[in-house]
Design a protein around this ligand. Structure first.
Ligand code: ADP
Length: 399
């Protein structure tokens, strides 16, 4: 069974084609790539068939439909492709950022689903409309193709009201749907399940804290495999200090800036989303560059690293209290998987709950990074959001 996974953004479409081995959720990557600069001059497609050199294909991509059409052409090309024809494709799995309160799990796309995703667009205006453009383009080109929507928010729909409500007049929730939704759900869910497997314990019996630390970052608390709280909120701006996002602020700050610095909503949004975080604090958004500055003793980089670590520690501490304990802390995504220094600094403050770091394992990015007699475990688990989308698509297509 072959499954195409699509992540459709406003000017790019990333894709991965998988071959699923029957029933054991083992997927082989056949090809991957991305259509870039859709709707902009100088568009191209980067395509990599496994076992072959990367292809750069320059092609006009005025819209998403043309981009999907070109991707289909490449995937069925006798040389570059891996499909004898599109009939070989069992289905397409799409990443959809916001499912609002409509979706608690992945679903087969139909008219009702499209309507509900469109309704949720007000909550993710930058993400849901381009996600839908990808779905629509496949539908227009291949109306019979089965499509599955996998939501970043779905896994967090198990949070209790005390975790998802904000202290605002109730109609802000009931009428305007303002609440905590949470994001990175596919990643958090995947690494939580993997961690349970690594620990050889049923997930139903575990309290886990998963730290997804990439350019964007969020932390989730899982009790018995269910998300009970997460650091992102109505939008992915909340929570941790991130590459370019501020994370948590005194909620009055944006209003204060607008009132006193004559800035518009768009300007303040840019300030907090694109010019904040590590970038705003030390001029570097990529953790590799920040660490480089830290090691060279640059004051702003040292402060940025300390703030980054502190914001993670505070969430872990809060979630230990919220869950009345924790069995394991899991690190994933670019920074979580690769930067031992950050993990070491974060975990320094959890000796009091019986967590003992194994510095050598941590330095080598091993899976288990705590010592044998550590009461609370810490793990490093590689996240693979596309594989989760392929896996959910596989399950839904197989009923
Ligand atoms: P996203 O998917 O959110 O764009 P990633 O999960 O790819 O982000 O993570 C990007 C972050 O991870 C960047 O800050 C980058 O510097 C960091 N990162 C990735 N690999 C490494 C590495 N080998 N060493 C240090 N930092 C890394």
């Amino acid at each position: 069974m072959k499954i195409l996974v699509i992540n459709s953004g406003s000017s790019s479409i990333k894709y991965k084609l998988y071959q699923a081995k029957d029933n054991n959720h083992d997927f082989i990557l056949l090809a991957s790539g991305g259509a870039e600069r859709i709707g902009i001059s100088g568009a191209f497609i980067n395509h990599k068939k496994e076992g072959r050199e990367k292809d750069h294909i320059f092609v006009e991509l005025p819209d998403h439909k043309k981009a999907i059409h070109s991707i289909f052409e490449i995937l069925t090309d006798p040389e570059k492709g891996c499909l004898a024809g599109l009939q070989e494709l069992a289905g397409v799995g799409h990443r959809v950022v916001h499912g609002g309160e409509h979706f608690t799990k992945s679903v087969l796309v139909d008219g009702e689903v499209v309507k509900a995703v469109r309704e949720s667009s007000v909550l993710a205006p930058l993400h849901n409309p381009p996600n839908l453009m990808g779905i629509q383009a496949v539908y227009e080109l291949q109306p019979k193709m089965k499509q599955v929507a996998v939501f970043d928010t779905a896994i967090h729909q198990t949070m209790p009201p005390k975790a998802y409500l904000y202290g605002l007049p109730r109609e802000q929730y009931t009428v305007h749907k303002i609440r905590r939704y949470g994001f990175h759900g596919t990643s958090h869910g995947y690494v939580a399940r993997k961690a349970a497997k690594e620990l050889k314990r049923p997930i139903k019996k575990l309290k886990l804290i998963t730290c997804h630390l990439g350019n964007g970052g969020s932390i989730t608390a899982f009790v018995g495999g269910k998300s009970v709280d997460t650091s992102m909120g109505l939008t992915p701006l909340a929570g941790l200090l991130m590459g370019t996002r501020s994370g948590d602020l005194d909620p009055y700050i944006p209003l204060h800036i607008m009132q006193t610095q004559d800035m518009s909503v768009e300007q303040v949004s840019g300030l907090m989303n694109k010019h904040g975080g590590l970038l705003g604090l030390c001029g570097k958004r990529d953790m590799r560059d920040v660490i480089d500055g830290y090691e060279k003793g640059r004051g702003a980089c040292i402060e940025a690293v300390e703030m980054f670590v502190y914001s993670i520690q505070k969430y872990i501490g809060a979630y230990i209290a919220a869950m009345n304990g924790v069995d394991a802390i899991v690190f994933t995504a670019g920074i979580g998987e690769n930067v031992g220094l950050i993990r070491e600094k974060v975990l320094e403050n959890f000796g009091y709950i019986g967590l003992k770091l194994n510095k050598r394992s941590n330095g080598a990015n091993k899976t288990l990074i705590t010592s044998k007699n550590s009461k609370v475990k810490a793990l490093v688990i590689h996240t693979d959001e596309e594989k989760v989308i392929a896996s959910d698509t596989f399950d839904i297509l197989n009923g």
